[in-house]
Design a protein around this ligand. Sequence first.
Ligand code: DX5
Ligand code: ZN
Length: 223
Amino acid sequence: MTTYRIAPSILSADFARLGEEVRNVVAAGADIIHFDVMDNHYVPNLTIGPLVCQAIRPHVQVPIDVHLMVRPVDRIIPDFAKAGADIITFHPEASEHIDRTLQLIRDSGCKAGLVFNPGTPMHYLDHVMDKIDIILIMSVNPGFGGQSFIPEALNKIAYARKKIDESGRDIMLQVDGGIKVDNIAAAAAAGADTFVAGSAIFGQPDYKGVIDAMRTQLATVGK
Ligand code: DX5
Ligand code: ZN
């Protein structure tokens, strides 16, 4: 049986009460905290950096998963590793040297991964599978929470699942964007094992109610 993980994105949290928000969502059953970093350059929005990662680190015992939507990528990686990140992912279009960036993340002591936008081809995986711990399939265009799930992402998830299974390696397959209680099972059936959800969780008053409902849906998937 697949181990499924729920990764709430703090992009939709109340930033004025961030410590309390992350404590509450972990108490509600979150497996991972997803931390969206945007630079108003690679994506048209500006969010949070290493100082905020460092500030929430003492509040959570689960892994912090830093999703870098920034260009350039490399300079900021050691800062996030020092700030307590456990996983760092980046978009291949944003790095001049993908293999080097993956190695830099691993040398910093973090798990490394590539993120695929809806229009990004999957061939970036071809020669670096041995350096990848996580593949993140975007099911919206990056930059904002609260967008609608793009169904074509299911085909990319299935493709990534096949590549992971062929590699024989233990690689997390994450989906990010528009994930809700009513589509999480479809993403799992396509092969995802880790589900980022921002507005679906932080947009509701009862975080545990949503996470439990997601797990009930995942239990219906026979994988
Ligand atoms: C989008 C971010 C997502 C976002 C997801 O660029 O990478 O992590 O927070 O938000 P929802 O779940 O609301 O689509
Ligand atoms: Zn994200």
